[in-house]
Design a protein. Sequence first.
Length: 120
Amino acid sequence: MIGPASARAFMFGTELVTDWSIGGPIRWHGVWMGEPYEDHGVVLAVEPGTRLVHTHFSPLGSDDDVPENHHTLTWTLEPDGDATVLILSQDNNSTTEAARHSKGMRDTLVVSVKEIAERR
């Protein structure tokens, strides 16, 4: 699974805290654009080497911290010949602008993961 050092490297310096148990908490904290934050979620599925699913909420947005405002992120690894494709999806964006922002963040994360994987 994703370890704290890897998370810092591709998730904008965040500190990741979780034990990866299904139903267990997952927390990210750090500083984003000068603002301290602590995001949180719940681990929903762990299939090592294949798929990770968790919820996510960030207080940096303008939404209230209620379940209907939490996102579900799905990280999927798919074989593609001699390569592996990482697909990262996120649901429950409340506006077109929020969806655009989330896509930009996901695209950046995927590029960072690729760079780290290619170094190994």
